[in-house]
Write a protein that binds this ligand. Structure first.
Ligand SMILES: [Zn+2]
Length: 377
């Protein structure tokens, strides 16, 4: 008898203690003489996402997974020992930047280790078969973090160390990482650039952040050539363009790779309200992408899917996107309604929900052409 589907949730109040303060760009803003603004990467975002999961009855249908503090051994599969020492030293002070734009406060290395360890715990629960899938609602995010420096709010690369844990400890040979954060997952790409055992697919706004990363012709190197897939989309792309990118690129490439585990680097900053990007996804788009990943995982690896939280900066809207992803993972129960889109009927009516647009069509066709050299597309 197949048992009921079980979806895990990693969340810990300690994630909310990672506070990047006010005005990250204080060196150019005339603070304190002008009205200060909170840093966009506010702990309130994951806090609200958890509240919405509670309010809409999603969290109560998920099994709690306790995060662990990632050990040196688990982090140095990617990060250098010198970097770990530097992060620990900063955390002994009143705070500072771990690289470029990835500040931590006093004790912040502990929270960053708990974020990496949260994603690791989710992967371990899935690989052991204790849960079918899991959402790691962690903070700080990870996908920009390089081996030897933090970057773009990311301190340790949660997805990278979790993928390696699956390979080292749980017999996963091939791991698929799909990164739909609107920014490019440069740290993850760098980690697996010449490694054919991890297929990295990134959908992002073309040449947004970091500069120079994520061009369509960045495909990996040596044995890893053809195992990095970049799909840079033009500003304005929404549900329709993302659906086409999934149908023509993400779905077929993932299935041909046939992973043993699927990890999603889920940034909710491609939403129509995000202050750091110019994309147009709505809740329906996030639901569709989650369902695509669930279908791929079901076909290839008995559903083994871990979603780990990356960016998402629209104070009101991004938490709805995260809660919708979680609700999609647990699937709607009988008589249960999808979480309503706070954008109302405009979410359905806005052009980007229904048309890809010529620029997006061109960008997708170009990615198909580049990647068609390695797969049947
Ligand atoms: Zn992002």
């Amino acid at each position: 008898m197949p048992r009921d589907r079980i979806v895990g949730l990693v969340f810990d109040d300690r994630y909310l203690t990672h506070n990047t303060g006010i005005d990250l760009i204080e060196d150019v803003a005339p603070w304190p003489f002008a009205e200060p603004a909170a840093c966009v990467s506010s702990p309130a975002l994951v806090g609200r996402a958890k509240h919405l999961m509670d309010l809409y009855g999603v969290a109560e249908r998920m099994r709690r997974i306790e995060p662990i503090l990632a050990t040196d051994d688990q982090l140095t599969v990617y990060h250098t020992p010198e970097y770990l020492t530097r992060v620990a030293a900063i955390a002994q002070t009143d705070g500072g930047d771990t690289g470029s734009g990835a500040p931590i406060g006093r004790g912040g290395d502990r929270v960053a280790r708990l974020a990496a360890g949260g994603t690791i715990a989710a992967v371990e629960a899935v690989m052991r078969g204790e849960v079918d899938a899991a959402y790691a609602l962690v903070r700080p995010p990870g996908h920009h973090a390089m081996a030897d420096e933090g970057m773009g709010f990311c301190v340790f690369n949660n997805a990278v160390v979790a993928a390696r844990q699956a390979q080292r400890e749980h017999g996963a040979e091939r791991v698929l990482i799909v990164d739909w954060d609107v920014h490019h997952g440069n740290g993850t790409q760098a980690a697996f650039w010449s490694d054919p055992s991890v297929l990295f697919i990134s959908l992002h706004q073309d040449d947004l952040y970091p500069a120079g990363w994520g061009a369509v012709d960045q495909v990996g190197l040596g044995e890893g050539e053809g195992f990095t897939v970049n799909v840079p989309l033009p500003a304005g792309a929404g549900n329709r363009a993302y659906a086409e990118a999934f149908a023509r690129i993400v779905d077929p490439i993932s299935r041909q790779f046939d992973p043993d585990l699927v990890i999603v680097s889920a940034g909710q900053d491609a939403s129509v309200f995000d202050p750091l990007a110019r994309m147009s996804l709505t809740l329906a788009g996030y639901r569709a992408m989650t369902e695509s990943m669930m279908a791929i995982a079901a076909e290839c690896c008995e559903g083994r899917l871990v979603v780990t939280q990356e960016g998402g900066y629209a104070a009101q809207y991004a938490p709805y996107c995260s809660a919708t992803v979680a609700q999609s993972l647990v699937e709607l129960g009988p008589g249960e309604e999808p979480i309503p889109d706070p954008y109302g009927e405009r979410a359905v009516l806005q052009p980007a929900s229904n048309e890809a647009g010529l620029d997006a069509e061109r960008a997708i066709a170009q990615a198909v052409e580049v990647q068609g050299k390695y797969r049947t597309l």
